[in-house]
Design a protein around this ligand. Structure first.
Ligand SMILES: Cc1ncc(COP(=O)(O)O)c(C=O)c1O
Length: 334
């Protein structure tokens, strides 16, 4: 079942003099796009008080691109200044101790507040693309008898390209199912594509073009019934709509932090691996940040998923953490 990703539920809209968004199956309904309609929603927006927490330029700009690059939170400016002057400028490598745990520390916050994941499963690291590559390869390695990957033709380009690349590199089959951009993924089409040869199904929770919202719990159940692993792309849902990875039984997920999490250009992405799956998946890239005991500097690799492949500029994590505070205070997408 798919419905459009709406910020207000139908009950809230019922008393309003405008057509309610249909939370039901299928296509994205046509909504008025005029100024009066927008101002009406602005006036009753419970999140409006958070507007002042973000940097607004002098020009009167209506910015509807938070799905691409979120606005800069004012708190981030101060945090970055503090990081540059204090942690890096004077602390130098002594600040390492504070930085090295950030991938899992910030990951746990995103898990707790935005994606319904218990601690120890979500890690902030690398890019969405790289995280997808790592997870799909690891999932294929873990299921040698299954050589088919599934995604849909309306999935974000990087998702389709990464899967195409992996299929070519590993001589696997990529089964591309047809999706109507406005209707969202059709569960019957997906069910018909599933089978005992399928290793991983990789889907977006919110469709990047239409906003069609997938029923994560139902679709996850369908895929797991077929014995395959499911991987959700949360780039357009984390911070924008409720996500319950643990409750839905999701196996793996990826997502970015520069859209609705307002972490800034180039900020690291995140990955999620269900706790009881972590021991069966092996990182395909063996770097020293993935090593269980990084500073033993040992000869043999002994990796774990709760270690980042590589942590990024600590400033990036400061962005993510600032944004998490806004979310925890009740400010979702702005
Ligand atoms: C749904 C989705 N998946 C993946 C990506 C790719 O992310 P990145 O370029 O950070 O790897 C994007 C980028 O906008 C996206 O929207």
């Amino acid at each position: 079942m798919f419905h459009t990703a709406a910020r207000c539920g139908p009950r809230q809209l019922a008393s309003r003099p405008f057509p309610a968004r249909r939370p039901s199956v299928g296509r994205v309904s046509a909504l008025p796009t005029n100024r009066t309609y927008a101002e009406h929603f602005d006036a009753s927006d419970p999140l409006a008080r958070f507007r002042d927490r973000f940097v607004h330029g002098d020009e009167p700009l209506i910015y509807l691109d938070g799905n691409s690059l979120g606005r800069l939170p004012k708190a981030t400016q101060a945090r970055i200044a503090e990081l540059l002057a204090g942690e890096w400028g004077t602390g130098l490598v002594r600040s390492w101790e504070r930085w090295v745990g950030l991938p899992s520390e910030v990951g746990d916050l995103i898990g707790e507040h935005l994606t319904g994941a218990a601690p120890g499963q979500l890690l902030v690291c690398d890019s969405t693309t790289v995280n997808l590559f790592k997870l799909v390869n690891a999932a294929l390695d873990a299921q040698p008898g299954r050589r088919v990957l599934i995604t849909d033709d309306d999935n974000f380009p990087t998702d389709r390209y990464v899967l195409q690349g992996i299929a070519a590199q590993r001589d696997c089959e990529l089964r591309m199912i047809r999706t109507d951009p406005d209707q969202g993924l059709d569960e019957e089409t997906l069910a018909a594509a599933l089978g005992p040869d399928v290793a991983v199904v990789s889907l977006s929770h919110v469709a990047y073009r239409s906003g069609a919202l997938a029923d994560m719990a139902r679709i996850t159940g369908l895929i797991k019934q077929a014995g395959a692993l499911v991987l959700w792309d949360l780039c357009h849902s984390a911070g924008a709509v409720p996500v319950r990875l643990d409750d839905c039984g999701a196996d793996m997920a990826i997502g970015c932090t520069y859209k609705y999490l307002n972490a800034g250009p180039g900020a690291p992405a995140f990955l999620y691996v269900r706790a009881d799956l972590q021991d069966s998946l092996t990182q395909p890239i063996w770097g020293w940040f993935g090593q269980r005991d990084q500073f033993a500097m040992g000869q043999a690799y002994d990796g774990a998923w709760n270690r980042a492949l590589r942590y990024r500029n600590p400033a990036d994590y400061r962005h993510c953490r600032c944004r998490r505070r806004h979310q925890a205070a009740g400010g979702g997408g702005h």
